[in-house]
Design a protein around this ligand. Structure first.
Ligand code: DOR
Length: 395
């Protein structure tokens, strides 16, 4: 198959040309690659082709909470947002704390045929913050990430043991940093103290940790400093934490919460200077009723690129190549996928975006079951027009 006359952009190239694809893999990238088997000709269309996105932080709610989302609607929402790979969080029912559940979810997403999913394993049994014996029986390389996302592990001694096990088994901890002893009173302290502790433990054991949805100026500064010392830390920031402050969205409930202007500015600086490794959505679909009852989080995978493009690129903080690196190249590398670049040998996973036509966010149009977002009615740029996985088009 041949894609012709398209503006091609990835983290280190930007030109108009053609892409040849065989068996779902990019074989040639160049100019005037001929006219055989032209499947898609974008001549005259005001669109850009980017590597399809990879999301390190997604809730599909399956098994157990499928009234909020399931593997089918989640996959459709991901593709509609330009994503072909996701990393799923384990706070399902039952919790993904066995390899059996992990494999079952991954297989069911594969059966839907729309995206690739890696299911994370919970760090503690039932997300209860204490029992981690199930990690001891893991074979080296059997699992990429463990996480108790949605909760922090308050017990320092438990966390210290988990660091040692993960170091030995080559597993990266994905940490939701929230010490619940402070959640009711001081959500800033809840994030900061646990972040500081885990940087300390990461240094002590030279064990990798990835900080999820970093949101405070103090946490991001500590992570930047840890990186400069060579401590094996990485981190993600969400689109929503950079798109708005708490005041602007009436403190819409999400964990960690929307923060202050100084925090948003610090996150953007960290994005500019390379402290932030990836942008990840924390796509957290809920029903209207669950939101009313206080469930934290928002659906986000279908508007992640427009929010980031509008805030980060249109406002001139970073360029589109840098955004591609954050939303595709780097998270794909972290998930050990051969995608995220428009180069021979990489998967033919592409997203076609329209950067110039503004549109208004309306969550009623989302494929996700979750319509919960504080961003309805916002005008943004960067509409996802098509999404290819292994050369196959969706949308
Ligand atoms: O707001 C949130 N919602 N933050 C989390 O960490 C978990 C998520 C959820 O599962 O709803």
């Amino acid at each position: 198959m041949l894609i012709k006359n398209v503006h091609i952009l990835d983290d280190n190239q930007d030109f108009t040309g053609d892409i040849k694809v065989e068996n779902g893999i990019i074989t040639t990238v160049g100019i005037n690659l001929g006219d055989d088997a032209v499947c898609h000709d974008f001549a005259g269309q005001d669109v850009v082709l980017l590597p399809a996105f990879t999301d390190l932080h997604v809730h599909f709610r399956d098994p157990g909470f499928t009234y909020k989302e399931d593997v089918k609607t989640g996959s459709e929402a991901a593709r509609a947002g330009g994503y072909t790979a996701v990393n799923l969080m384990p706070n399902t029912n039952p919790v993904a704390d066995t390899m059996e559940i992990v494999k079952d979810v991954e297989q069911r997403v594969a059966d839907e045929g729309l995206i690739y999913a890696n299911q994370t394993l919970s760090m503690t049994k039932g997300l209860q913050g204490q029992d981690y014996k199930h990690l001891e029986s893991l074979r080296k390389g059997e699992i990429l990430f463990v996480t108790d996302d949605g909760k922090g592990v308050n017990d320092d001694a438990v966390m210290e043991d988990i660091f040692q096990i993960c170091k030995a088994k080559n597993i990266t901890i994905m940490a939701h940093e929230e010490d619940s002893r402070y959640s009711a009173t001081d959500m800033r302290q809840a994030e900061n103290l646990m972040t500081f502790r885990d940087i300390e433990l990461s240094e002590k054991y030279d064990a990798p940790i990835h900080f999820c949805h970093v949101s405070t100026i103090e946490a991001i500064k500590a992570i930047a400093e840890a990186k400069s010392k060579g401590i094996p830390v990485s981190c993600e920031v969400t689109p929503h934490h950079i798109f708005a402050t708490g005041d602007e969205v009436n403190h819409y409930r999400v964990n960690p919460p929307f923060r202050e202007k100084a925090d948003v500015e610090a996150l953007i600086t960290a994005i500019q200077n390379g402290t932030v490794d990836a942008i990840a959505t924390d796509h957290a679909p809920h029903t209207a009723e669950d939101k009313q009852n206080g469930a934290p989080g928002m659906t986000g995978i279908e508007i992640a690129f427009p929010l980031c493009y509008t805030k980060l690129v249109k406002e001139g903080h970073i360029n589109l190549k840098q955004l591609v690196k954050l939303m595709s190249t780097k998270p794909s590398e972290m998930m050990k996928l051969n995608k995220g670049k428009i180069q021979p040998g990489y998967l033919a996973d592409f997203v076609i975006v329209d950067l110039n036509t503004p549109f208004t966010i309306d969550s009623n149009t989302f494929r996700s079951k979750g319509k919960n977002t504080p961003f309805n009615g916002r005008t943004v740029y960067g509409k996802v027009m098509q999404c290819f996985k292994s050369g196959e088009k969706y949308l």
